[in-house]
Design a protein around this ligand. Sequence first.
Ligand SMILES: Cc1cc2nc3c(=O)[nH]c(=O)nc-3n(C[C@H](O)[C@H](O)[C@H](O)COP(=O)(O)O)c2cc1C
Length: 383
Amino acid sequence: MHHPEPSPAFSTDCAPAPLVTPLTRRFGLRLPVVQGPMAGGATTPALVAAVSNAGALGFLAGAALAPEKIASEVAAIRALTDKPFGANLFVLERAEPDDATVRRALAAIDPLAARFDLAPGQPLAAYAPDFRAQLDRLVELRVPVVSFTFGLLAKEDVARLKAAGSYVIGTATHVAEGLAWRDAGADAIVAQGAEAGGHRGTFIGEAAHALVGTVALVPQLVDATGLPVLAAGGVMDGRGIVAALALGAQGVQMGTAFLGSAESAIPADWKARLRAASDTATSVTRAITGRHARGIRNPLMARLDAQAGAAAPYPVQNALTQPLRQSAARANDGDWLSLWSGQGAPLGRAREEGLGAARIVAALERESRAALEALAAFARPQA
Ligand SMILES: Cc1cc2nc3c(=O)[nH]c(=O)nc-3n(C[C@H](O)[C@H](O)[C@H](O)COP(=O)(O)O)c2cc1C
């Protein structure tokens, strides 16, 4: 992609365009970018540390990890960077589905899993790591920034994290959720627009009603909560970053833009399909994991959507479809993976394939400055 350099005339009569917001100042970032936590293999310690070392904020996805694994990943990140970084969890209750729910879900999943020679699925002892144990470990680890999605923390838990020195971010997909996080004591809000890849964070009301676009959502959350807001969903380059700042955000959270990076450990076929995606390639489905999530359409989504009524709630459906998706990952077969991705995926093609995260961050900084200069040019009186 061509990045216009600032014109010399502009550079000499103005200081370099600042990319400073209260949030960047607080964490010493070079630009107002948070790398979105992405459960499912993308946010390796190498990715998190590379992003933080490059001057943005790297973020570990801890939701799928046992407490000991969260601790070892955090230790691995700390060995690679002395810069601030974050860790993220899903707020979940323990799932205790009845047998009929599990059997109905498996009746739809088993025929698909048979293509990988998997035996029929069975009810499990546990469907997700224990959230309370994950949270307790996170408090002990004193991670600089922590964020949560899928639910709301109790005030006491937010207070515990803050007392441990962590900056607490809650994810909201609409205003009522932002207010709930503010009332629980959160320091900041991730505003998750409908464009975003991966799971919807919605925890109040119908997920199908909570598909508010980023441009509409960000200023409403800024106005309603008075808290720092990070815009998430559809931001892929410097233009998106500057647009989010114009809407009143103090930064952006970008997932899809880092999904194809060299350090992201997702299967190669997922990366290939991200690069091949069009703007209309994604849909929101509940059928793969039991929770609404945006991803690139493929046979897995189509086949499970066709029997959506059979899907168990999250995290049960997620755990039941996992052996199939893990087999697909081993076979590098994107037809049967959950291909989570945002609507902005095609914008990633402007970058070299498999670019390292540090180079993505550097490009974002360059592009943001160029976008700011372009805006300033609009405001300058014509000579
Ligand atoms: C593959 C994938 C996995 C994700 N996993 C998580 C997660 O574990 N926790 C979370 O809070 N957000 C998760 N997200 C959301 C991202 O952190 C981020 O908010 C989102 O990707 C922003 O939208 P974008 O994809 O358009 O950049 C995930 C997104 C993707 C694409």
